[in-house]
Design a protein around this ligand. Sequence first.
Ligand code: T4K
Length: 369
Amino acid sequence: MDNNIYVTRSSMPPYEEYIEMIKPLWESHKLTNMGENHKKLESELKKYLGVKNVSLMTNGHMALEMALQAMHLSGEVITTPFTFVSTTHAIVRNNLTPVFCDINERDLTIDVDKIEELITEKTSAIVPVHVYGHICDVERIEQIAKKYNLKVIYDAAHAFGVTYKDRSITAYGDASILSFHATKVFNTIEGGAVVYESEKLGHELYGLKNFGIRNELTIDGVGANAKMDEFRAIMGLCNLKYVDQEARKRELIVSTYQKELNGINGIRYFDKQKSVRPNYSYFPIIIDENKYGICRDDLYDRLKEYGIFTRKYFYPLVSNTECYSKNYYYKNLEIASNISERVLTLPLYSELSIENVKRICGLINNIGG
Ligand code: T4K
């Protein structure tokens, strides 16, 4: 038995429930291509999120690639380097040029005060990220986008279930993408979705995820294949029943972390944002070496010795990765660079016991110099 504690652990529904739900597939043999469960999950998610349209995709990355492609963008896209590489890859794979904007220290999302200075005549869109489920300043971003006639596509991979002013955070912008990867608060094993309003965009997305096929005789676009199959749609339907229950467990874990870490010199965590219902998807801390006594990398290594496997999400900064540092030129990413050297995400999943949370905090307390 593996007694290690990892940064997360997939949520799974009761075994019997999943088996019961997949049994009919042995009768129907209808395994994919927008089957019954695919349709059902789309409609359940619309209800759960309270949004107009949801288009399921095979994963969050393809959701972003497809959403960007469906917008027919060109030129430059302003985005954040403090994210998972998928965000930038999706931009570049659409033949667009990423222009990195620094983040704010408050919640680590894109710094809205620095967006306008990066806008040129080539800018066509902004791709902000609700990193860790911390929401971006959606109101300021909307103002900027209107002023310069830019599209806004939110990478909401971490933000399933997050609301702002009682409205799903995915309802903001021209579209938002979600990830339903095994490591996310809501999972379909692999999976994702685009949340959007425009029916025209929905038509494009459907074509893009299904080879451009409209019917047996009509193929009206150069599409890819990004469909979700029935097994994964069923996993989603099962997991969705438990997502609120899981969120309450995560909430307790987060409040325990906050209580136990409170007062440890040089360890900073993030409080709930105003008017936001969080989803407790990640628990990042920022280490101030001067006050804590040792640096982030040393804390990461020391915790490992005790079988606690934290993660350096998001280090290296995307702009410093091999595939981007040589091909693009960026400047003024001071905060993102600094945070990426000092951030550590602690284990967080619904089955993590409060006893273990206290143990992790005790270790963090003792390890500090
Ligand atoms: N945009 C953003 C901002 C994202 O963060 C992501 C994905 C995307 C877009 C793209 O969405 P997807 O195409 O992935 O749907 C993970 C995930 O693979 C990735 O989905 C996620 N973000 C990223 C932040 O983290 P790794 O390489 O850290 O995962 P891995 O395999 O090391 O897993 C971490 C821990 O999770 C393991 O130690 C144990 C646990 N785990 C993992 C897997 C795979 C499980 O409990 N069950 C599992 O099946 O990337």
